[in-house]
Write a protein that binds this ligand. Structure first.
Ligand SMILES: C[S@@+](CC[C@H](N)C(=O)[O-])C[C@H]1O[C@@H](n2cnc3c(N)ncnc32)[C@H](O)[C@@H]1O
Ligand code: SF4
Length: 458
């Protein structure tokens, strides 16, 4: 079947994004600090052995109207100092329970805008991490940066601190669109920023673009994609604007401008997909594109792509994620734990106990199986029940039973040429990857669609 508006419309249903399984909406507040520490201790003997660290910096000098992340308007220098002290204390508290022989293969700084705080603070936290953990020589150490606050010397400093990957939030190159979303443009020409990142020998950098923003048209988004291709980052991410006003009420402010219709959004997605794949980028899932030499593209080829809340990663780099900072989510084999979202409550809790767990989730064995199946489909578009059975030390039959697998549930996808079943192997076609969330939903026996909690799949 050809990818067109009619096709995507057919599959454009409300559903989870599966950035985690179960989705973060299932976390509950019976999971507290008391459940967290035993879960961390248990994680030392669980899979994967590697450690991923996430540091959340919630501060942004200016809040963009479209943003769906946990952010807070820039605070005074003293407040930021207090926050950094809390993150340092939290790392001390958790690290004492983590086996010292385990290695860190991934560190990710997100936000908010981590590059908007004093760089001495960034270095202080990195030194703290190094004081507790062994960092693998080829660890991926990444930071999300808004180019509005990024100077050339900052890039040099980040390289010295040890960062080797940068994610640049472009969103849109046009001044009008940025103005409509209350966002400052890049401080320096992006071409110069890209050049400086290359001079500092970063392993790679990516651009985040968003489609579905106010004033965007198919033509204007095409210009964005063209511009991104010319600047040649290793990865380009094209996020579909998620309208979640219950998370960020500021989103309502954008409706005074003309917003692209659902049909225009779908056409933007198709156009971006075609332009990027025709210009040498490999599609990784629905919204990520990477050069063929990039680790993600190689992992996709080898069917070893993986995913956590920080985005795609490879099965080699990914570890169980230990997250620090307000709202951050720790992702262990057997449990999830999210910190308090409110900045002040987070800091008060850390100062009192060194921990600030607000809610979480303990996984049953069945749920870990469903999660692996859904991840495998979402990331690699490929499921070999027998290989998965070996990995999970169980049987293919047991996996099928737990995921309530029935070939008949995939009939529609097979008829549209999106899925192929060959004995115990399920393959999702390149077109099928555009609607892979819908395919994954058929393997989720616990799915109860609550329209208020999820955005549409496309
Ligand atoms: C924490 S932000 C990036 C770092 C930095 N604060 C910036 O804006 O450049 C992570 C990315 O999430 C994406 N994002 C944020 N809100 C979104 C929304 N409502 N829908 C889709 N993508 C969104 C943006 O592309 C953004 O670059
Ligand atoms: S998009 Fe980035 S800079 Fe804008 S509010 Fe969200 S986190 Fe802050």
């Amino acid at each position: 079947m050809k990818i067109n508006t009619e096709f995507l419309d057919k599959y454009n249903k409300v559903g989870p994004r599966y950035t985690s399984y179960p989705p973060a909406t299932s976390f509950h507040n019976k999971f507290t600090n008391e459940e967290f520490i035993p879960a961390v201790i248990k994680s030392n003997s669980e899979y994967p052995e590697n450690i991923s660290i996430y540091i959340h910096i919630p501060f942004c000098p200016q809040l963009c109207y479209f943003c769906g992340c946990n952010t807070t308007k820039f605070e005074s220098a003293a407040k930021i100092r207090r926050y950094i002290d809390c993150v340092l204390k939290e790392i001390d508290t958790v690290a004492q329970h983590i086996d010292k022989s385990r290695k860190v293969t991934q560190i990710h700084w997100g936000g908010g805008t981590p590059n908007s705080i004093n760089y001495d603070f960034i270095e202080e936290i990195m030194l703290k991490i190094k004081s507790h953990f062994i960092i693998n020589a080829d660890a991926e150490i990444a930071i999300e940066c808004s180019p509005a606050y990024l100077d050339m010397e900052h890039i040099d400093r980040l390289a010295k601190i040890g960062f080797n990957r940068m994610s640049l939030g472009i969103q849109d190159f046009s001044a009008e669109v940025l103005n409509a979303i209350n966002r400052k443009p890049s401080k320096h020409p992006i071409a110069e920023v890209a050049q400086r990142i290359r001079e500092n020998n970063f392993v790679g950098f990516n651009f985040d673009l968003v489609y579905g923003l106010p004033l965007q048209t198919l033509e204007s988004f095409k210009v964005n994609i063209q511009r991104a291709i010319e600047l040649s980052p290793d990865r380009i991410v094209t996020f579909s604007y998620a309208h979640v006003p219950w998370v960020n009420a500021l989103q309502e402010k954008m409706t005074m401008h003309k917003m692209p219709s659902p049909e225009e959004k779908i056409n933007m997605l198709i156009m971006a997909y075609e332009m990027l794949t025709q210009n040498g980028y490999i599609a990784i899932g629905m919204d990520h594109f990477a050069k063929p030499t990039d680790q993600l593209a190689i992992a996709k080829e080898n069917k070893t792509l993986h995913r956590n809340f920080q985005g795609y990663c490879t099965r080699e780099t990914t570890g169980q994620v230990y997250a620090f900072g307000t709202s951050s989510i720790t992702q262990l084999w057997g449990a999830y734990a999210q910190n308090l979202k409110n900045l002040h409550q987070y800091m008060d809790a850390i100062e009192l106990n060194g921990l600030a767990i607000d809610r979480g989730y303990s996984m049953s064995v069945e749920e870990t199986v469903i999660r692996e199946v859904i991840n495998e489909l979402m990331c690699n578009g490929y499921l070999d029940f027998d290989a998965m059975a070996i990995r999970l030390k169980t049987t293919a039959e047991n996996i099928k039973q737990i995921t309530t697998y029935e070939p008949s549930k995939l009939e529609q996808f097979i008829a549209d040429g999106l899925v192929e079943i060959n004995n115990n192997i399920i393959k999702v076609s390149a077109d099928g990857m555009m609607v892979v969330r819908n395919i994954a939903m058929t393997f989720d026996p616990n799915l109860t669609v609550q329209t208020s909690q999820f955005s549409k799949t496309v």
